[in-house]
Design a protein around this ligand. Sequence first.
Ligand code: 5RP
Length: 232
Amino acid sequence: MNQDAQRRAAAEAAAAIVESGMVVGLGTGSTAAHFIDALIRRVRDENLKITAIPTSLRSDRQARDGGIEVASFATVKQLDLTVDGADQILRGSLHLVKGLGGALLREKIVAAASKKLVVIADRSKLVDRLGGKIPVPVEVVKFGWESTATRIEKLGGIPVRRWPKESDQPFQTDGGNYILDCTFGPLDDPARLERDLSHTIGVVESGLFIGMADMAFVANASGVETLTRKGS
Ligand code: 5RP
């Protein structure tokens, strides 16, 4: 199985645990897109009845186009399950780095309102330490973003405003904010960094998801492994 097939296998394992009547959070990214495809097939072929809350305009469009009923927090208080990808998954605790796809704020809001967060990924995402090779994405308000960046530097990060290649504009989230990709190196205490970032003026939300994921389906070349969170 190549990497995309592994992502699809993890997504299909998660789609299999969705039950009729559930309100389901739909993540964002290539792995989450496989999950949404698998759900669309179950809705079409098995008459699965679900309501979904997507975490991005992309996932919203994919779900609606495929015939999934989409709701919002105007009518939904709690979701039964959210299934989402991740950029890194910490072995054991299942703490996550998310947001390289740019949807971390809506992803965190939807995950926080869910009884259960299930992560889907290929094996390359599973790590013994968060950070290191990838930055921690941090969503910040546009006003004074340079000042927010200076405060993040004081926490030990090197923030770079996300700017898509060949674009004449910086990246903007669905909420109209900027993302600072912040290199901190390997993280000794991701929970503390998450707390520090959440107390930083100008920061809307960070891509550190601490103690939120309950379970992960992680695929490698030979199959899909089910991981459950260990510890608090
Ligand atoms: C988007 C995310 C994605 O879940 C994360 O980037 C993983 O994406 P992919 O499945 O394409 O590797 O956090 O904000």
